[in-house]
Design a protein around this ligand. Sequence first.
Ligand code: ZN
Length: 445
Amino acid sequence: MAKHIPATQKYYEPEIECMPRPQLEELQLQRLKKMVAYAYENTVYYKRAFDQAGVRPEDLKSLADLARFPFVNKKTERETQHVGSFFGEMCSVPEEDVVFMATSSGSTGVPTVSPFTAEDFELWQNTEARLFWQAGMRPNDRYVHGLNFALYVGGPDVIGAQKLGALAIWAGAIPSDRLMFVLKEYQPTVIWTSPSYAWHLGEIAKEKGFDPKKDFNIHTIIVAGEAGGSIHSTRESIEELWGAKVVDFYGLSDIYGACAAMCEAKDGLHIVEDQILVETVDPTTGEVIPDGQTGELVYTTLCKKARPMIRFRSGDIGYVDKTPCSCGRTLARIHVTGRKDEMFVVSAVNVFPSDIEYVVRGLKGLTGEYSIRVYEQDFTCRYEVSVERADDSDEPFDEVASRTMAALKAHIGVRPRNVIVYDAGKLGTSSAHKASRFIDERKQK
Ligand SMILES: [Zn+2]
C-alpha cells in the first residue's frame, strides 16, 4: 500500500530520519542484539563462525562489542551458497519462506545470490520509497526506472517509487532510441540510470537533434553503480547537460538495491541506519577505525531475515560522517571514494579511479570519457590514462596530453606514465550501461 504523505512534507519518515542520535543508537543496539541472536540460532554459518571465534550473542552489550564478531565477505557468500540447501549455510529461513532472489553481477567472481522473505521485500521497498522521497520524488512525478531488471537487485527498487505514489514506468535497460521515445512522448520527470549512461544518453540525444533541457521534462536524475555520482565535476557535467539535478544512490546486491542516498546538501549519502549499521575498518588489519577516517566500509543488517549480513566487508573504501547534516537528517552519511580492489599505489600515494575521473571531467576541451591502465614495470606500479579531445577542439594532441598530465599530477600527487589522446568517441568507453574504464594489469594486487 502506498503511504499518503502531503507532497510538501520534507521527510518521508521523519521519526526515523531525524531521530536524535542517542535514541537511534539505542534502536540499533536493540535490533543488533536480536539480529545476532537470531543469526546464531537459525543459521548454520553464523553458529559455526561465532563458535570458532569464541563469541556468543550475549557478549554483545554495546554497539562497540560488534568488533568482537567475525567478518563475512563475498568469498564467504560464495563458499556457503548452495551448501546443504539451495540458499546455503548463510540463509536463516527455509526456502519456502523466500519469495525473491537477486544475484550479483559476478564481476568479481561467481555471482552470489541474495534471498528475501516477503517481510524483507516489503521493508526494502518501503526503504526505497524513503530514499526516493529524499531525492525529491513526489506522488505527481513520472518515474522512469532505467535499470536492468534481469537478476539485478536494483530492478525491484521501482516498486518503491510506486509506494510513494509516483507513476512508475518500468523501462529497464532498453535501447537508447526507445528510451528517448519514452522521454519525449511521456515526459517523465525523474529517471534512474548509471552516471556514464546518463552522460552518454544526453550526448546522443543532442546528436539526434534533441535538447535534453527543453525537449525532455526531467528534473532529477538518480544515478548509482559507479563512483561518478559522488564526483563533483561528473555530477555538474551531467546536470549541465540535462538541466536537472543529479542525486547519487548507493546499493549492494548483498543487502538492498539502494542502502544510501544523497540529500539536497550533496555532501555524502545518508545510509538507512535504522536497518544497516556501518563500521569503518583498516582494509589490511580489519581493526575498527574512528568515524571520519578513511577505511573499508563494513555493513551489518539489522532487520533482514532471509540472510542476515553480520559485518560484511564491502570492499568499498570511504568514510562515515555522523555530524549533523544541514538537511536536518541525523542518519550518518557515507562518502565512498572507491573500490579496495581498484585502489593502486604509486610512489606511496593511494590512487583511486575516481580521483582520475574528477580531474578528467573537470578539464575543458575533453569529452570527459577516459580509461585507466594500471601496470607494473621494473617492479613499480605505474598508471596510464587515455582521454578524448572534444569534437569542437583543434588543440594539438600533445598539448592536451601535457596539460592533462599536469592536472593529474597537481590533484593526485603522482603523474601518470603516459596520457594518450583520442578523437571524440574513439575510446569506446561510452556505450555501456556500466562502463568499464579500469584495466588492471598488476600481477599482485
Ligand atoms: Zn542531509
